[in-house]
Design a protein around this ligand. Structure first.
Ligand SMILES: [Zn+2]
Length: 361
């Protein structure tokens, strides 16, 4: 039954989301991205559905596709909640409004990239661009190794990367790659030089719907890191009281990015900043990213590097291109019912816990 919540393409996921939101009588707004059309000629749009009392004191926000093709997972969880009458009733009965933001990065979702129409990683794009941008010297060293002239990379390439890790350390490698970089516009994990369309759009949505609330919680759905089907509860706020609250709601397995156990690194420029800035008047803000594991990290990373390599190449054999795109999609959306079941089950628990947390006090 979970299959029905998940789209097979961006356009299909969007249609399922809009149909489910209509069925529940949600108010709906669409924000069309002019970088369209999408891969099937469709409009590219971030769609926003609101369920519950417009004046509710508490708000629970769910977002999908911060990272383009990761959107299948978050979209499925959003549609699942729109079909979950007991949870919807519980939220409404406790004075909680539900804000579904579908496809923050519709371009990447549609075209099968993690990044947006300008190769921007949205979760590295929420910075103050009037300030000097962070430098990532390890990325500078790694760039040409990560995106070599020929693909797949040969043994020399693997040896050179291994040498970097042996010399600089595993943490330097992870940070070099994942921390984000602002020097190579065609590179991996590029954060941009200006606020992207999706950044400004998200800010506007949060400012508008977050106004006059007393408490806001936000769950942002991601995929690609950690064990298959497991949702790591990633906490990125720096406020210790918010961390305590997040653990009291969601459990002892909430992992702060500064904890050594986390699969992620403490990146700057995440979307959290939009919430902290646009809803600064709201007394209580609680954010968690759910990061679902897919395939082994080496495979995810090869798929990401391959997708970037494809994007900067001119002509690539169509069969080969297709195989690489299939591998990329599988790295962020394993097309298996056991995975979908694990995703929906853990999402439902986190949503119930968020509703309970927002109801308390
Ligand atoms: Zn992500």
């Amino acid at each position: 039954m979970f299959q029905a919540y998940f789209g097979v393409s961006y356009a299909d996921a969007r249609a399922r989301f809009i149909a489910a939101a209509h069925k529940q009588g949600c108010s709906l707004r669409s924000y069309v991205n002019t970088a369209g059309p999408g891969i099937d000629g469709e409009d590219l749009s971030t769609d926003v559905a609101y369920y519950g009392d417009a004046q509710a004191r508490a708000l629970l926000v769910l977002t999908s596709a911060m990272h383009g093709e990761e959107g299948y997972c978050g979209s499925g969880c959003q549609v699942a909640l729109l079909n979950d009458q007991p949870l919807l009733d519980r939220a409404r009965d406790h004075g909680i409004g539900l804000l579904f933001i579908h496809a923050l990065n519709p371009y990447g979702f549609s075209w099968g990239h993690r990044t947006n129409e300008d190769n921007i990683d949205l979760n590295r794009n929420f910075l103050d661009f009037s300030q000097t941008l962070p430098d990532n010297p390890h990325y500078r060293t790694l760039h040409s190794l990560l995106l070599p002239a020929t693909w797949p990379p040969g043994p020399d390439n693997a040896a050179a990367i291994k040498e970097f890790i042996d010399t600089e350390g595993e943490q330097a490698y992870r940070e070099g790659v994942m921390l984000g970089q602002y020097s190579h516009a065609q590179g991996l994990f590029y954060g941009g030089h200006t606020p992207s369309w999706s950044n400004l759009n998200l800010r506007g949505i949060l400012a508008s719907y977050g106004k006059n609330r007393e408490r806001i919680a936000w769950i942002d759905y991601h995929t690609g890191l950690g064990p298959y089907g497991h949702a790591e509860k990633v906490f990125v706020q720096k406020d210790p009281a918010a961390y305590d609250r997040a653990k009291s709601w969601w459990g002892a397995d909430v992992v702060s990015v500064v904890d050594p156990d986390s699969s992620t690194v403490d990146i700057g420029g995440t979307g959290l900043r939009a919430l902290l800035e646009e809803c600064a008047d709201v007394p209580e803000l609680t954010f968690m990213a759910l990061e679902y594991g897919t395939v082994p990290m080496d495979d995810v990373f090869m798929a990401l590097r391959g997708d970037r390599w494809l994007a900067v190449q001119g002509a690539v054999d169509p069969g080969r291109r297709k195989a690489m795109k299939v591998a990329h999609k599988a790295a962020f959306y394993p097309d298996h019912d056991d995975w979908r079941g694990a995703v929906i089950g853990q999402s439902r628990v986190s949503l119930l816990q968020a509703i309970n947390g927002l109801s308390a006090g």
